[in-house]
Design a binder for this molecule. Structure first.
Ligand code: ATP
Ligand code: MG
Length: 301
């Protein structure tokens, strides 16, 4: 049984200047995209990242061996903010049995024939695992809000006025995530907050490097015309759905080493709060194990 009481509603809430408040006062305009002064050199940050992922690996062993909690890490960001590489650097050294990464793309016909949470439900981690969502159910209040024509393909039987529709979706998301928490899934959400200028530089770098040009998408660049609308959608989604049971962290993304070390530290500290422990056998099993081990030692087994 997950050890959980009402006070534990903040298990995923760790001390961080990037935690999005739960009272709707979040202002994306004031959220930094650059690391703070004194954040440390890239070399220091890489060392910090290594320490954090090592710590996470040690915590994940008992968590996987004694499956009660699961952890869901959601990543959302504008293109080129570094979702893929952050996910790679934070989770790659972990036991692949214990970590499941899934990248959500444009919904398929089958996915559109269900409610918007259905496809996410199917990819949730099992107890003992960390699940990583590269994009998520939040796309349905982000890209779909910026381009409401996508709603057409979902064939909803009734469509309330758009303002109400997004509110209803925030409601559904809050209920979904609260339900997950109550049933033993710790939900941590990361918005990788890159500036428009840094995105421009990264797009150009992609174009200029022959080995990266395949990633240069004219559609990604076209989304820059909607930057303001995306920021409004992020601002609303984050303030409407950052709650103690499923907190958002808005991480400065203009420096990749800082972003990676910061995400790793938050995940490690949140998992630590679950206090994972290796399972203890019941007394009967322990006795039996002792007997069998002694026989092995004596060369009788
Ligand atoms: P990369 O480009 O690094 O491979 P990506 O996550 O950008 O990763 P793409 O295949 O380029 O992957 O893009 C997926 C696209 O699908 C994004 O533009 C995203 O906004 C879109 N998308 C995801 N979910 C939905 C949704 N529910 N409705 C409409 N579009 C969606
Ligand atoms: Mg893309």
């Amino acid at each position: 049984m997950p050890r959980f009481s009402r006070q534990d509603h903040g298990l995923g809430v760790v001390d961080s200047p990037y935690l999005v408040p739960f009272d709707g006062t979040f202002e994306l305009d004031h959220a930094p995209t650059a690391p703070p002064h004194g954040a440390g050199s890239d070399k220091d940050l890489k060392r910090d990242l290594k320490g954090e992922t090592q710590g996470l690996r040690e915590l994940l062993e008992p968590m996987y061996a004694n499956p009660t909690w699961s952890v869901l890490c959601v990543f959302q960001a504008m293109d080129a903010a570094g979702k893929d590489s952050t996910i790679r650097s934070v989770f790659r050294h972990l036991d692949p049995n214990a970590v499941k990464v899934f990248a959500f793309k444009k919904p398929s016909r089958e996915e559109l024939d269900h409610d918007f949470l259905w496809r996410c439900y199917r990819r949730l981690p099992r107890r003992g695992q960390i699940g990583v969502f590269n994009r998520s159910h939040y796309e349905d209040v982000l890209v779909v809000r910026v381009h409401p024509q996508f709603l057409g393909s979902a064939k909803l039987p009734q469509r309330p006025p758009l303002g109400d529709l997004w509110k209803q979706r925030y409601d559904s998301i809050r209920e979904f995530e609260r339900h997950l928490f109550r049933n033993g899934t710790l939900v941590l959400k990361f918005f990788l907050n890159v500036s428009a200028d840094e995105q421009r530089r990264r797009f150009l770098r992609r174009y200029d490097r022959p080995d990266k040009r395949f990633k240069f998408s004219t559609n990604d660049v076209a989304q820059r015309d909607h930057w303001g609308a995306y920021m409004q959608a992020y601002q609303d989604a984050l303030s409407e759905t950052s709650r103690a049971y499923a907190p958002w962290y808005a991480i400065p993304a203009d420096s990749k080493p800082f972003m990676r070390a910061t995400v790793a530290s938050i995940v490690r500290r949140a998992v630590e709060r679950l206090e994972p422990r290796f399972p203890e056998p019941d007394p009967e099993t322990a006795k039996e194990q002792r007997k069998v081990a002694e026989r092995l030692r004596d060369g009788r087994g």
